[in-house]
Design a binder for this molecule. Sequence first.
Ligand code: GLN
Ligand code: ZN
Length: 781
Amino acid sequence: MMKLKTTHDANDDFSKKADKMDGKLFTHNLGYPRIGEQRELKKATEAYWNGKISRAELETTGRTLRAAHWAKQKAAGIDLIPCNDFSFYDQVLGLTCLVGNVPPRFEWDCEMVDLDTYFQIARGTGRPGCEHGCSTHGGTFASEMTKWFDTNYHYIVPELRLDTKFRLSSTKIFDELEEAQSLGINAKPVLIGPVTYLTLGKAQEDFDPHTLLDPLVAVYEEILRRLKVLGVEWVQLDEPVLAFDLSDRQLNALKTAYARLAKVGPKMMVATYFGPLRENLPHFLELPVAALHYDAVRGAEDLDRLFTRFPEHKILSLGVVDGRNIWKNDFDSSLAVLDRARKAVGEERLWIAPSCSLQHSPITLKNEPGLDPEFRSWLAFADEKLAEVVALSALTPEALEENRAALASRNQSPRIHDPKVKTRLAAVQNADFERSAPFAQRRKLQREKLKLPSFPTTTIGSFPQTAEIRTARAKWKRGEMQPAAYEAFIKGAIRECVAFQDSIGIDLPVHGEFERNDMVEYFGEQLSGFAFTKNGWVQSYGTRYVKPPILFGDVSRPHPMTVHWSEFAQTLTERPMKGMLTGPVTILQWSFVRDDQPRSETAWQIALAIRDEVIDLEKAGIAAIQIDEPALREGLPLRHADWEHYLDWAVKAFRLCACGVCDDTQIHTHMCYSEFNDIITAIAALDADVITIETSRSNMELLDAFVDFAYPNEIGPGVWDIHSPRVPGVEEMENLLRKAKAVIPPENLWVNPDCGLKTRGWEEVKPALRNMAQAACNLRV
Ligand code: GLN
Ligand code: ZN
């Protein structure tokens, strides 16, 4: 390990050193995935929840995983290794417990927050068997969960109150440090910074959470002092909030917090990631800390400014290896960035790291024997990324050659580049984004064709995915069930589902989506340009992990994907059948996406493939087609300034899918939320004939955006909260509809649940839908 100088010797001539470039750069990591190569953490945590293993056994799993992760990083050659990046559920929740911010409803009054209280905040408390932990079951509800910046990771939202008192309430960070030290690890404790914590928290009453900064920082001071006593040299404080639009208040908070924290404790690195800093850059550079970490992948646009303004005396940690994606690093371009950095700050003040914590990346390619050597050579998961960091820190000609060869193969591979797809996209015309007639005319034609009653009823698409269905699919996939038998089985499920909808009078039935495991995977598996891993799990929240598809190449549709099922379903009923598709933005958003072309281009390629499916459904006699875009909102960039560009291509991607049909074909879309205030113009610009959204939980209040905007097309505000096992009564749904009818033109109103029914059981679905159909009937008289 190279000897580090942390205070700059003014006489050093850094530019001279930069020319030499012979030293190895110092390497570190910001965070390692904690879930385990075989999802050990999930298995142990769930076993603990179910009373199958003891707390001591769970703790042992944690300890074993941490030790293995540290050992791996050390063996890879990482000089400074993170600790406290481990978490049984969520790192934000870990911080909540560290600073003693347990919401009062959990009635916690001990000195330290124990693991069970920690889990209770995440999951609620209730009588055994109540999955929600709700007050009706004698417990209390969990804290809210929301997305961590623009990742697919969800954190437990800190609850902030006027009278919130912080105090040091957990020894986890110290214990794990000592654990690492005892294993001979050069460990760097990692913590989310105070300003990010307050920004991500939610005020539970009307007050400014920044008033809590002082007492919060006091606890950080105590933590840092103690870490110093324990012999820590470096501590990393993450302030990804710097990638947001920040108010003066937030910028001031950063200034005051770090002015205080810099005075106590070990040397401090403030880490920012997920985006360029733009106008926040000077504030970042001014922080009075010893080292600054910058995401050179997402923040590339600010690198010049970063290099020219980078203060003397500070260490610059450059995140050149993308922690958010699965592609092999391009050593030539990383070297070019590092070269500029060397010239700007000198070799001794330059560190190298992944761009952000590796928790957003799958763990290792080692467990992917199914990927062929060529495809595998294009990829890097967490372990491979660490190897890249180390390789880049002192690059050998051999490593560079190997990297160039892999990149060249990816650049030129016919598996990735399909001239037909590129030509087709290049030929797209403005007219391809437009229906032929405006909504008012289309509506007339659709009414004549569909002959639906007023307040038509429909569902969002999926019906219960029972254990029986999952088992059959698993058997078929393993080759233990013949394709013909599987087909017959799924058709049986569709038949029952359509018969049920007919029996209760659902006006626009669906086939039930029994053939689908997942709304993205199902399409990815059938489209060209997608690959799937066996063990590429990434934590989504708590013990829920996802295995996103890898969208690696030009996308096309070799054959129809859903037509067969919808066509069959249509033969079973006189009523019009609604076809069900996933939209391009959602497919993009829930996959690992190629980095060799803009996201917009990839989205439009997917859109053209879906457009083909829409047209084929129409040809097969399907008169209403729903294109789900639940991820449209979550694709919004972190900075407002970037919204317009995103919304423009995202809306066009949807229109490209939808606009190939005749005017009498009805296009639906669905979104699983209702916060549309800031994007209602874009929602209207989708020009879907019908949109179904979630509203039941907010008692229709969230319809406001549509009312204020005078949303022109038809709309189905959900009347049944499908996230809860409760079956709503006729009157309850009727009341919701009457509320909606008072503000939305009644002729525009549809009747439907909040979302798909795949996670519910038939015992809830049957009475609830029956009640829903009755509520619609009651409205018609
Ligand atoms: N059609 C999908 C379903 O019903 C929609 C799911 C979603 O929007 N998340 O399951
Ligand atoms: Zn939904």
